[in-house]
Ligand binder design. Structure first.
Ligand code: 13P
Length: 250
């Protein structure tokens, strides 16, 4: 059985005050029905989040260095994330790809670092609007999955999560329809199967304008195992509702 996961990517938002207001109520109210709840704050707030989460909620890093250690000013290693109690690390978020020039090759190096440190890599993939309109969505996403996870083998697959986040849906209020998202998730699972991954064991999350009102339809789809949430993860009630949006029998 693959895991149901809801992860809140705070991006470059938050403050000590927000941590205090948000994390306590999320950790008290979000956990139920076997859903793994993850908070992914700016790294500087990780210990603050862990303190308020009291062990009820997992934490993650938004980005990681492609190197193990050394003279890389400003970078944070996967080993440091483990040291701080993180369970997950996002790799290849579209904002990293678009604003910081992160390539599939760099994403692959980062995945290697995450897996070598014993943590779970959450590889983010997704097409732009132009790519979708050109009919290239599936080939773009498939290539991102193949290249980003090229080095993964054997037992490491248990520590891989894929997050499908169509770029045109991020922060825009436009969500993929549940049917379109499901179709892409199935494609991703087929790509994973082609890579000799245990495709039915790998959680594939959807991200892009997920809110309390559209999460139930998305999470009811057979190949959508949860969500990677941006804006709505900064509002306690909204995020808690999303964590509870799985169908009762899932
Ligand atoms: P929004 O939920 O704000 O669209 O962001 C999605 C996202 O990029 C999560 O990583």
């Amino acid at each position: 059985m693959r895991r149901k996961i809801v992860a809140g990517n705070w991006k470059m938002n938050g403050s000590k005050d927000l941590v205090k207001r948000l994390v306590g109520s999320i950790s008290e109210q979000s956990g139920s029905g076997g859903v793994e709840v993850v908070i992914v704050p700016p790294a500087i707030y990780l210990s603050e989040v862990a303190e308020f989460a009291g062990g009820e909620v997992a934490t993650g890093l938004q980005n990681v260095s492609q190197w193990q250690a050394g003279a890389y000013t400003g970078e944070i290693s996967a080993g440091m994330a483990r040291d701080m109690g993180c369970a997950y690390i996002l790799v290849g978020h579209s904002e990293r790809r678009q604003l910081f020039g992160e390539t599939d090759g760099v994403a692959a190096e980062k995945v290697k670092q995450v897996l070598a440190s014993g943590l779970t890599a959450m590889l983010c993939v997704g097409e732009t609007l132009e790519e979708r309109e050109a009919g290239e969505a599936v080939s773009v996403v498939a290539a991102q999955v193949r290249k980003g996870l090229a080095s993964v083998s054997g037992d490491q697959w248990r520590r891989v999560v894929v997050a499908y986040e169509p770029v045109w849906a991020i922060g825009t209020g436009k969500t993929a329809t549940a049917a379109d998202a499901q179709a892409m998730h199935l494609e991703i699972r087929n790509v994973l199967a082609g890579m000799k991954a245990p495709a039915n064991e790998v959680s594939v999350l959807y991200g892009g304008s997920v809110k309390a009102d559209n999460a139930p339809a998305l999470f009811a789809e057979p190949d959508i195992d949860g969500g990677l949430i941006g804006g709505a993860s900064l509002k306690a009630e909204e995020f808690i509702s999303i964590c509870r949006a799985f169908p009762a029998d899932a």
